[in-house]
Design a protein around this ligand. Structure first.
Ligand code: PLP
Length: 489
């Protein structure tokens, strides 16, 4: 039996909002729509009037995110208690804002930060803001699945040992595919070497609440982590949380950075959704996640019975030195069908009305969550059966020659210095040997292929050319057909 802390049933911010909305006080303050009375009729007709009555601004009754002393303070304290942090912060600019704030807090200008190469572009942006110098660790690649896993303990240890002057270690765990790094070994080692440990746990706000999910960052002893509550559990889009422990991090500095990084008009709807999502996880997360796990496990089994496609399970983590796998993520390998993940994603969308989270050249990624039903997964499995049966024995075409990028990052200046230097646009085809002036990512997952200050190797140039042909969305190239790239003058 999981014991539930009675305090976790409380939702102080949501209750205060409802109570203020019901008091029907006359508003001579922002927002200008005045509880929905000024909202376009079509909008109100579609969503109903109530949501606008809690779209309020900083007022005595509902506290201030910039300087919380009331219900927001209480709601954040309950979140810290639930997640095992000393302090938790509500974020209304997603994990993006949290990553910016964590890097700026951990690093002074010029500081070295050891960072996994599979970090989201917001981590790189944090380094541009902070003026920090990255030292990259490449994640392990599964050559047969053609999938980027996470970093191994051994690789992290090697980079830490080679960089005794580094200030912080920044990892992403779980990665987009739900694969965690072995934080229980990595974090104590990094601490022994005097590093602040910072984890982008965008895909892990649920981990803490189920024993069959991998260990969460806070449980593994991380100093700071940020979670996209909106991606996986009940937060509304853009709502995230940042958790921190005080031993190695100056929480006042972090608070001040967040005050600069966050809006002074935070959405109370987003913050209320964080209050409720925490309550939901802390009080019934175990039951809800058991159901999501059961749905995902059943679907995984059925998918693995379909000829030509597969979906890995826990064995991937055990065999490759990872921490674990969040089994609610289904990474479906489609390469045997001679179709790219992008093509399968398009077929699922346009023919079967099924939208997946992400595609890459060889896989599609399906997120199963507390919001899914058996019927949804049955429809997915059925559709995959049809697609597989129609594409047996097809040639792999351009996919056969496709190679995952090899990162051999060489940085002579910080990303910040490179970002502010003069640049020119040139043909991507002719760019090998030049220095990138932009963050170039394939989106999703938004992992940088190039960062400002990094040399464009022939392998990276070829990778961008190939992936563009396959139909990936590339962010950071200056024109729509991806034929140009911005390089330092
Ligand atoms: C690993 C990772 N970190 C950070 C982000 C950014 O999170 P948000 O969309 O909450 O700003 C993403 C988004 O895809 C992500 O995958």
């Amino acid at each position: 039996m999981i014991e539930i802390d009675e305090r976790q049933y409380k939702t102080p911010l949501f209750d205060a909002l409802v109570s203020l909305a019901q008091s029907r006080k006359i508003s001579f303050h922002t927002p200008g729509h005045k509880s929905g009375k000024g909202i376009a009729t079509r909008f109100v007709k579609f969503v109903g009037p109530k949501i606008f009555s809690i779209d309020l601004t900083t007022l005595d009754e509902i506290d201030s995110l910039q300087k919380p002393t009331g219900v927001i303070k209480e709601a954040q304290e309950l979140a810290a208690l639930a997640y095992g942090a000393d302090t938790s912060f509500f974020l209304i600019n997603g994990t993006t804002g949290g990553n910016h704030a964590m890097v700026i807090t951990a690093c002074d200008p010029g500081d070295k930060i050891i960072v996994a190469r599979n970090s989201h572009k917001s981590v790189l942006a944090g380094m541009i803001f902070a003026g920090a110098m990255p030292v990259f660790i490449n994640p392990k690649v599964d050559k047969s699945l053609k999938l980027t896993l996470n970093v191994t303990f051994e690789d992290v240890k090697e980079v830490i040992d080679e960089n005794p002057d580094a200030k912080a270690l920044f990892l992403t765990s779980p990665n987009y595919y739900g694969i965690t790094a072995d934080l229980e070994r990595i974090i104590p080692y990094a601490h022994k070497r005097g590093l602040i440990t910072v984890i982008d746990e965008a895909h892990g706000p649920h981990l803490k609440f189920h024993p069959e999910l991998p260990t969460s960052a806070m449980e593994a002893g991380a100093d700071m982590c940020v979670q996209s509550t909106h991606k996986i559990i009940g937060g509304m889009t853009q709502s995230s949380m940042l958790h921190v422990k005080r031993e190695r991090v100056n929480i006042s500095t972090l608070r001040n950075v967040l005050k600069m990084a966050q809006s002074t008009s935070p959405s109370y709807i987003l913050m209320a959704s964080l209050d409720l999502a925490r309550m939901q996880m802390a009080t019934e997360g175990n039951k809800l996640l058991s159901r999501a796990l059961e749905l995902a496990r059943k679907a995984r089994k059925s998918i693995n019975r379909i000829k030509g496609i597969s979906c890995f399970g826990q064995e991937i983590a055990e065999e490759s030195g990872m921490g674990g796998l969040d089994e609610t993520k289904l990474t479906i390998t489609v390469k045997e069908l001679g179709l790219s993940g992008y093509e399968v994603s398009q077929i699922l969308n346009h023919r079967f009305n099924i939208q997946v989270e992400m595609a890459d050249p060889f896989h599609i990624l399906v997120i199963v969550s507390i919001g899914d039903r058996q019927d949804d997964l049955d429809r997915l499995v059925k559709a995959l059966r049809v697609i597989a049966s129609e594409n047996q024995g097809k040639e792999s075409g351009p996919l056969g020659k496709f190679k995952l990028p090899i990162f051999k990052s060489k940085m002579s200046i910080t990303p910040r210095e490179a970002f502010f230097k003069k640049y020119r646009d040139m043909k991507l085809e002719e760019s090998a040997g030049e220095i990138s002036s932009e963050i170039v990512t394939v989106y999703p997952p938004g992992i940088p292929i190039l960062i400002p200050g990094e040399v464009i190797t022939p392998e990276i140039r070829d990778y961008l050319l190939q992936i563009s042909k396959l139909g990936a969305t590339i962010d950071g190239l200056p024109n729509d057909d991806n034929s140009l790239i911005s390089v330092l003058k």
